[in-house]
Design a binder for this molecule. Structure first.
Ligand code: F6R
Length: 648
């Protein structure tokens, strides 16, 4: 125990918080998923090579899903560039949907071939994946043999895992028992909802799967479990800090002697050590952490910052802070002012005002601004109010839609537009046989479409145009001229399916060109790492890369990059650097801009796990931010949009 602290808080209840370790299993934090994945791939490669030297097989337990993709990318790179051979590797995949045809887009056989097996020299007979295309009567026998085969090879040397939002590992959903083996299981509702991104609609997602059991997994000699992104933060905390329970099957891993959780900062953000480190041990207090602690305390006990007392700090594990500042008074004022300075009705900077404490610079009074919107509606959903203000305040605002969003339109909507085109041409007496032929082809495709089919390009084009026109209406509603609206159609997105290609220079070039043409003073981008289908994250990476490639340009040195969050999540209050208040009228206007996106209304193709419509989520979120500011003792606004400035 640190003696200084003991002295200052003698006999105070806060002592119980000091130096408590909340984690029940080893974790490793990485700045980016890339680094963590690379480390796992290196460990796997080391094991493969060592086993090669000893003339043995390396037996790997593999997972699918988004979490391990970067591990596979790195293994493929090692094979291609460093001669890593998979000739002595035997693999066992965790699971497969049931029923599932191995050729289907959603099959894990196809996934593994696409990301790993087709690119390395593994022997086909050494690949084992639960079979989704056998008769239900044969499943029991198959599972028994799967278990025996793993055992006969001496067990799994390494098992890699992701974690589902239900806490599942493999498809061992809540309720799975510790001694479970490979078997047929029912999928949890949340897991099925999460799978909609791959299957197009919930109706197409299978209800069952074959999965290795908890016991099968626990017998692996070494386990790496990965989680990347905010959307995993809460379940990660339960898995790492919670008690062992069948309700969160990943907690069973706490009993394994050689397991490690690999997390990026976003996935670790709910861990006590990260979220409220003062409850976990002695802290190195810097400006950021102090703000985090004071805001946390004020919101926790629902008392405005300026009214917080020494005893509030001391009885909530923050006596260290009082010891450093002598009293709550100066601490309260410091953080209150910081928050006060984050509020501005002038997101582009207030002309002729003292800007030393404002989030944006006063000059130039009229700025060139680019709002990057990953999908065609994120601009208005996430920063519609700020968008409107920037235009009203006379800035030269451009909006750039990064991807077409063409997979997120219902077939019936595309069909209706196709019928409209045909009827209109007919009513005008225009004979366009080629158009008739194309629309006939589209309609025939829609009528016969199966869940595993990718849209034909003619249909994709209709869907893309629907979204483009909706985005144009939304941006024009916000006051933009057509020439300031840009559709980037980044190539990485255009696969026609939920799985996208990797970013390439062709994607960066498009953004670099736009930046160099507009030479913006301000750029807004989606800093939302929790987007369920990952496009936001990829779009942001492309913007970062483009900034890197333009860092020597004059405009770039003078450009502020502001990050907003997508529809799913808001910045924590202590991280917000610019909060733009919205009046009730502005909020209503923002809602109307969102309404322009008709194909995304009522029940969008990719709703995520939130049943509210996008405009409702946006309003609730903006109101919640305003409420928090109010609870902290700042002015009461109707709603607020929030931004963080990215510093390179
Ligand atoms: C996949 C599997 C699942 C996933 C989990 C996380 O083979 O067994 O447990 O690992 O659902 O999925 P992602 O990585 O897509 O978030």
């Amino acid at each position: 125990m640190n003696t200084t602290i003991q002295k200052t808080v003698e006999n105070k209840p806060a002592l119980k918080y000091q130096l408590k370790n909340f984690e029940k299993v080893p974790i490793k934090l990485w700045e980016t998923p890339n680094e963590g994945a690379k480390h796992i791939a290196e460990y796997i490669a080391l094991t493969i090579r060592k086993k090669q030297q000893d003339g043995e097989y390396a037996v790997l337990g593999l997972a699918t899903g988004s979490s391990p993709i970067k591990v596979y990318n790195e293994l493929v790179r090692m094979h291609q560039e460093e001669g890593l051979s998979f000739s002595n590797v035997v693999t066992f995949n965790l699971d497969e949907y049931f029923p599932m045809n191995p050729d289907s887009l959603q099959s894990y056989v196809r996934f593994m071939n696409e990301y790993l097996f087709s690119h390395v020299d593994i022997k086909p007979e050494n690949i084992n994946i639960p079979k989704g295309d056998i008769s239900i009567d044969d499943v029991g026998d198959f599972c028994e043999k799967y278990e025996k085969k793993i055992e006969s090879l001496g067990g799994l040397d390494i098992q890699i895992l992701g974690i589902g939002r239900t806490g599942h590992i493999g498809f061992n959903e809540p309720g799975a028992w510790l001694s479970s083996k490979t078997r047929l299981v029912k999928l949890d509702h949340i897991t099925r909802v999460d799978a909609v991104k791959d299957f197009g609609s919930e109706d197409n997602v299978p209800y069952r799967a074959i999965t290795m059991g908890i016991d099968t997994i626990m017998k692996a000699k070494q386990i790496f479990i990965m989680a990347w992104g905010n959307h995993k933060a809460d379940i990660v905390r339960e898995a790492i800090e919670g008690n062992i329970t069948e309700i969160v099957p990943a907690t069973y891993l706490q009993q394994h002697s050689n397991v490690k959780f690999y997390l990026d900062e976003a996935a670790a953000s709910s861990l006590t050590k990260v979220k409220t480190p003062w409850l976990a041990g002695i802290c190195n207090w810097d400006e950021k952490l102090i703000a985090k602690a004071v805001i946390w305390l004020s919101l926790k006990i629902k008392k405005p910052i300026l009214k917080l007392l020494d005893e509030d700090y001391i009885s909530n594990g923050l006596s260290e802070l009082i010891a450093e500042y002598n009293s709550a008074y100066s601490l309260n004022i410091k953080i209150f002012n910081k928050l006060q300075h984050s509020i501005t009705g002038w997101p582009g900077g207030k002309p002729n005002a003292d800007d030393t404490k404002r989030p944006e610079r006063a000059s130039p009074a009229k700025k060139r601004v680019i709002i990057f919107s990953p999908h065609p509606d994120d601009d208005v959903i996430s920063m519609g109010g700020t968008f409107l203000r920037l235009v009203e305040q006379g800035h030269d605002v451009h909006v750039a839609y990064q991807v077409s969003g063409n997979i997120a339109v219902h077939d019936v909507d595309a069909w209706r537009y196709a019928a409209f085109m045909k009827d209109y041409a007919k009513a005008m007496g225009l004979e366009i046989p080629a158009l008739d032929e194309i629309l006939g082809k589209v309609n025939k495709f829609i009528a016969r479409k199966k869940s595993e089919d990718r849209d034909i390009k003619e249909l994709r084009l209709i869907k893309g145009i629907i979204r483009e026109e909706e985005a144009r209406s939304g941006a024009m509603f916000c006051g933009l001229k057509e020439k300031n609206i840009h559709f980037l159609k980044m190539p990485f997105y255009e696969t026609g399916g939920a799985r996208k290609n990797a970013l390439s220079q062709a994607d960066y070039d498009i953004i670099v060109d736009l930046l160099n043409t507009i030479k913006p003073h301000q750029v807004y981008a989606a800093g939302d790492l929790a987007d369920p289908h990952g496009t936001h994250r990829v779009c942001l990476d492309a913007i970062f890369k483009a900034f890197e490639q333009t860092k020597n340009e004059k405009w770039s040195k003078d450009c502020y990059l502001w990050l907003y969050r997508g529809a799913w999540h808001e910045w924590p209050i202590d991280e917000i650097e610019m909060a733009v208040p919205l009046s009730p009228d502005e909020l209503l206007k923002k809602r109307r801009a969102i309404f322009m996106h008709q194909s995304q209304k009522d029940s969008p193709v990719f709703p995520g796990d939130d049943k509210r419509e996008f405009w409702q989520r946006a309003e609730d979120r903006n109101k919640e931010t305003a409420n928090s500011y109010n609870t902290l003792g700042l002015a009461e606004y109707e709603a607020m949009e929030a931004f963080v400035r990215w510093k390179f």
